[in-house]
Design a protein around this ligand. Structure first.
Ligand code: NAD
Ligand code: DAU
Length: 332
């Protein structure tokens, strides 16, 4: 019997990870601590709310006293809590610095005070910055472009410092772009699926030729599970989908699956500081025994169908704070 505290567990990847853990380990208990920002959504956890093994705590990872109370009886902490959207960090980055840097520091201090067996920090391939050719290994220098990526890089530096200084049992994962159910529709794939379903334009930045490495969220959850249980403390693990695609290719595929016309594509002004290509070398986690299991075309179709079938979920999300951000950022 183990108890895991999953911070940020009401967001996209965190809620998928909660489901993964409860489904995979019948004798585990899961506590979620989440601030329920605009991106946190209890609908993502509705089918585990009545599970005896599950507890939800509304709270902020910057709140030291609350964290200490929540983590007192836990074996592991996995931190997904963050401000995560690059475009929002371009508009205003204060919350990114607060949650991603100060929040991670507060978690590390909590781990230092309590007897936690393992702390996994969920980071991102964006901390390496853009790469024209080849792929970044875990020891590549950090070169973040956006305030979001810089806030995540700051957190990674702190996690590493707590390993070097205090030998805290910490591990960092840096994954590539995730997609799947429960992703907030400000991100490329759910935004374009839901806009297409509403016959609204799909705002493609620049020339549409930026490259991202797409990873199905359920594959990422398996990788995080492996790292939590079998990873080496003090290490960083890249988790890539080995699936690099241009944004225009993704856009066309979504429209084709939905049977919608390409005339919905609207080329718009490029994102400021837009990284051209992300690419990571995942040899280290391959050697630990993980490979992405999902075929991209099948998982993208499944994802599109999830949004088709769960209109109630995204219509509710899109009718809220999303509207304010969308109007301010896209002016559409
Ligand atoms: P998300 O935006 O969907 O969810 C973030 C969650 O964190 C929300 O539930 C929110 O309420 C919670 N949160 C925010 N601030 C908080 C605070 N101060 N205290 C407690 N909870 C707080 O994010 P996501 O896409 O699921 O990303 C999860 C993690 O994975 C992040 O750390 C992100 O940097 C990282 N990541 C994401 C991707 C991706 O493609 N989505 C890829 C690589 C890494
Ligand atoms: O690489 C991992 C990162 O992936 C995570 O750390 C971030 O939390 C997550 O948001 C994501 O960042 P990106 O900026 O890569 O994802 P996003 O979905 O915002 O954009 C993907 C690509 O699509 C990027 O090249 C920008 C482009 N794009 C995005 C949006 C929202 C558009 O062309 N139009 C859009 O409207």
């Amino acid at each position: 019997m183990k108890t895991i505290l999953i911070t940020g567990g009401a967001g996209f990847i965190g809620s998928n990870f909660v489901h993964h853990i409860l489904d995979t380990y019948p004798d585990y208990r899961v506590k979620v601590l989440d601030k329920l920002t605009y991106a946190g959504n209890l609908d993502n956890l509705r089918d585990v709310m009545d599970d005896d093994r599950f507890t939800f705590i509304k709270g902020d990872i910057c709140d030291k006293a609350l964290l200490k109370e929540a983590a007192e009886d836990v074996d592991y902490i996995v931190n997904f809590a963050a401000e995560t959207h690059v475009d929002r960090s371009i508009l205003d980055s204060e919350a990114f610095i607060r949650t991603d840097v100060l929040g991670t520091y507060t978690l590390l201090e909590t781990v230092r005070e309590l007897n936690i067996e393992r702390f996994v920090q969920i980071s991102t391939d964006e901390v390496y910055g853009s790469i024209t050719e080849g792929s970044f290994k875990e020891d590549a220098p950090l070169n973040p472009s956006s305030p979001y990526a810089a806030s995540k890089a700051g957190a990674d530096m702190l996690v590493n410092a707590y390993w070097v200084t205090y030998r805290l049992p910490v591990i960092i994962t840096r994954s590539s772009n995730n997609y799947g159910p429960y992703q907030y529709p400000e991100k490329l794939i759910p935004l374009f699926i839901t806009n297409a379903l509403e016959d609204k334009p799909l705002p493609l930045y620049g020339d549409g030729m930026n490259v991202r490495d797409w990873l199905y969220v359920k594959d990422n959850c398996e990788a995080i599970d492996l790292v939590l249980h079998k990873g080496e403390p003090g290490r960083i693990y890249n988790i890539g989908g080995d699936n690099e695609r241009t944004n225009i290719e993704i856009t066309r595929k979504i429209l084709a699956i939905l049977g919608k016309p390409e005339s919905l594509i609207r080329y718009v002004t490029d994102r400021k500081g837009h990284d051209r290509r992300y690419s990571i070398d995942s040899t280290r986690i391959h050697n630990l025994g993980w490979h992405p299991r999902t075929d991209f075309d099948t998982a993208l179709e499944d994802t599109v169908h999830w949004y088709v079938e769960n209109r109630w979920w995204w219509e509710r999300v899109k009718s809220g704070e999303f509207q304010r951000f969308y109007k301010e950022y896209y002016k559409m």
